[in-house]
Design a protein around this ligand. Structure first.
Ligand code: GLY
Length: 392
């Protein structure tokens, strides 16, 4: 366990699933980590999520997101097992695949397109008609005309995972500063860094000095990771504008005893995630700033889509409604990597719809970067400098 009588080697801003997973990985490599979180760990987007681990459902085409997502999925079984062993909490990692259903002709055409590129990329996806889809999921409506089965997709119980990771990180010696948020990152100015560099190391870059808390305290550290989800761009002192924007997702849960679905079903208007005694229905996609509450219109649209695909849900007891804020970026890709303008500053944010899936691979990448290793994955598509004016 790292020696915590000294200053941390690394401060992580944000204790969502990305911050927690990264802290845990760093601690396992012997790095002294402090995590700053103004609320309770895992209680924002991580808590609101559905826990789907869905590279094939989320990727719209082959490319860097699909590559990163597949690398994440590859790690998940071992990650879930290690978190369970370290915390004693089963995070309910399961497979089972996912059925994407079409109700209209246009939706069926889209499904065929998706099937085509996924098969061409070597994935064993299965296209079927409505009758076959109902044979596999008898609760599906007669209106379902086609479906695509994605065998790879898995799921995890995200709320349990956050609890388990918090416990595992604390047990691994990570220090938590909870209840006071980070106001910003303190860096030496680039000009100072240049002056200091004269005669020694010439550098036009600034250098990280630590994290300033909302109450003015400075936690000194030479390395800082920004993992503050939707709030990442609001930190003071970053050398660039970070274009992370909240995208609200409303969700709800209905009781289903006995179970009505065997596996996750994706319809054009919602997804349906079977869990013990309930089905979780999600999620809206709304750019409404930091309004993180559910609304009648959002809940109505989800219920409408859910009942259209699975009519039996119409009479199920409604258990819970909630909402969370996904950290969106202009190109829907996460921001991962060092800031080229400030030594010691790293980003692990903007995971949009895939934070739960991408947590273990993000943790590995950031731990490699922070400890001076070379990550095995190509990161060019994810660098913060891609948003710079004039960047290709
Ligand atoms: N990953 C699903 C969502 O963000 O709604």
């Amino acid at each position: 366990m790292p020696d915590r009588t000294t200053a941390p080697d690394v401060v992580i801003i944000g204790a969502g699933i990305i911050g927690l997973a990264t802290a845990w990985e760093l601690a396992r490599r012997g790095v002294a980590v402090t995590v700053v979180e103004r609320g309770t760990p895992g209680q924002a987007a991580t808590w609101a999520a559905g826990g789907m681990l869905a590279p094939l459902a989320e990727a719209r085409r082959p490319g860097p997101l699909l590559e990163l997502s597949l690398a994440a999925l590859e790690r998940y079984a071992a990650f879930a097992e290690a978190v369970r062993d370290a915390s004693g909490i089963d995070v309910e990692y399961t497979g089972g695949g996912k059925l994407v259903v079409a109700i209209s002709e246009a939706e069926e055409a889209k499904l065929r397109e998706q099937c085509e590129w996924q098969r061409a990329s070597g994935f064993a996806v299965e296209l079927m008609d409505g009758d076959e889809a109902r044979r596999r999921e008898p609760a599906l409506s007669l209106a379902v005309r086609a479906a695509l089965f994605l065998p790879l997709d898995c799921q995890v119980e995200n709320r349990r995972l956050a609890q388990a990771l918090w416990l595992a990180t604390a047990r691994a010696g990570v220090e938590f500063r909870l209840g006071v948020g980070a106001a910003g990152v303190r860096t030496s100015s680039a000009a100072d860094a240049g002056r200091r560099g004269r005669g020694a190391r010439r550098s036009p870059r600034a250098r990280v000095l630590g994290v300033v808390l909302a109450d003015g305290e400075l936690i000194a550290a030479e390395r800082v990771i920004v993992a503050a989800g939707s709030w990442s761009g609001q930190l003071d002192g970053l050398p660039r504008d970070l274009p992370v924007e909240p995208v609200r997702g409303q969700m709800l849960a209905v009781e289903t005893i006995p179970p009505v679905l065997r596996r996750v079903v994706l319809t054009p208007g919602c997804y349906l995630i079977p869990r013990a005694g309930r089905v979780i229905v999600g999620a809206t996609m709304e750019r409404v700033g930091f309004r993180s509450y559910p609304t009648p219109a959002g809940v109505h649209s989800l219920l409408d889509a859910a009942v259209q695909a699975v009519p039996a849900l119409a009479q199920a007891p409604l258990l819970e409604v909630w909402a969370g804020l996904r950290p969106g970026t202009p190109d829907d890709l996460p921001i991962l990597g060092p800031d080229p303008a400030a030594d010691g500053l790293f980003y692990a944010t903007g995971h949009f719809r895939n934070g739960v899936l991408l947590a273990p691979v993000t943790a590995d990448i950031l731990a490699d970067l922070v400890t001076g290793e070379t990550p095995e994955l190509e990161l060019a598509a994810f660098g913060p400098e891609r948003f710079d004016e004039g960047a290709a």
